[in-house]
Design a protein around this ligand. Structure first.
Ligand code: R5P
Length: 294
């Protein structure tokens, strides 16, 4: 028997149904002091477990999320499950994918090493910010990583639901350029990326670039994550005379709320459940899990 083990949310239940695996619910008890205890009751030991855990925008705590995943993986290993594949749709600590200043922690590598030490064979994540290890297959020995694109289902959702008019896909900074072209290829139309400078002290964002061809067009701003919202808001200020503005983001964290995006149609995936999670990534994750078997 093969099973998906996870908190009973839409993403994990849908994943089980796409894979044709049994769904076994995981319950996470949270104590008043912040400690957590994942509980997984197995009636028989599955030959393979896809362990999936998600995080929500309304209760966004990456450290607790990481501990939940670590404890759940260890729980399964202790129960005798020999093949655990972990799905963390939002991969915490992905941004620290190098040691940028002497003495810093190499957090993304530590995360992989911790799971490898528990015998986890695979980590599947959705559009991670690991720019230096984009396909993180063999990033750390003993464990494989798979970077599932969240932009493919996002782009199809936009194309299928909004009758897009002459779309123009805009990356709010240089790093988003590749995502903008990925989306443009699916919705049709062209892509362009702005340049961004963030003041390291104040966090203020300045955006540079010339966007003068937007009159009457549907503009789609794409980014991997909205955290404070500063990056996307700065990009929307560059847009004039567009027909409609869409913001298509994989992970909607919205640390400062959502009011600032009122002039645009916001669409995110359900990697971080939030009020704009319109696009389910479970089929894309299931496809990745099936692909690595071949
Ligand atoms: C940065 O390079 C990322 O791709 C996002 O643009 C950034 O994390 C968004 O952060 P914020 O919403 O705080 O501007």
């Amino acid at each position: 028997m093969k099973a998906v083990v996870g908190f009973p949310c839409a993403l994990s239940k849908n994943l089980a149904s796409h894979l044709g695996y049994k769904f076994i619910p995981m319950d996470v008890r949270a104590f008043p002091d912040g400690e957590v205890n994942p509980r997984i009751v197995l009636e028989e030991i599955p030959e393979e477990v896809v362990l999936v855990n998600t995080i929500t925008q309304s209760d966004f705590n990456v450290n607790r999320y990481l501990v939940e995943c670590l404890f759940a993986a260890k729980n399964l290993a202790d129960a005798g499950v020999g093949d655990v594949r972990l799905v963390m749709p939002y991969l915490p600590y992905a941004r620290q994918d190098a040691v940028f200043r002497p003495g810093e922690s190499y957090s993304s590598r530590y995360v992989f090493e911790l799971f490898a030490s528990l015998g986890v064979k695979w980590i599947f994540a959705v559009t991670t910010h690991m720019h230096r290890h984009e396909t993180f297959l063999n990033f750390v020995s003993g464990i494989n990583g798979y970077n599932v694109s969240g932009f493919v289902p996002l782009a199809h959702y936009l194309k299928d639901n909004f009758n897009l008019h002459n779309p123009f896909v805009l990356g709010p900074d240089g790093e988003a350029g590749k995502w903008a072209s990925e989306v443009a290829e699916i919705v049709g139309g062209e892509s362009y990326s702005l340049k961004k400078k963030r003041d390291r002290t104040t966090g203020a964002i300045k955006t540079f670039g010339d966007v003068t061809v937007l009159e009457g067009r549907d503009v789609i701003i794409v980014d991997d994550v909205i955290s404070t919202g500063g990056t996307v808001v700065a990009a929307t200020r560059k847009i004039e005379r567009a027909h409609r503005i869409f913001v298509a983001v994989v992970h909607g964290i919205f640390m400062k709320g959502t009011d600032m995006f009122s002039g645009a149609t916001m669409v995110t995936t359900n990697t971080v459940e939030n009020p704009f999670s319109r696009v389910d990534v479970s089929a894309a994750i299931a496809h990745a899990i099936e692909q690595v078997r071949q």
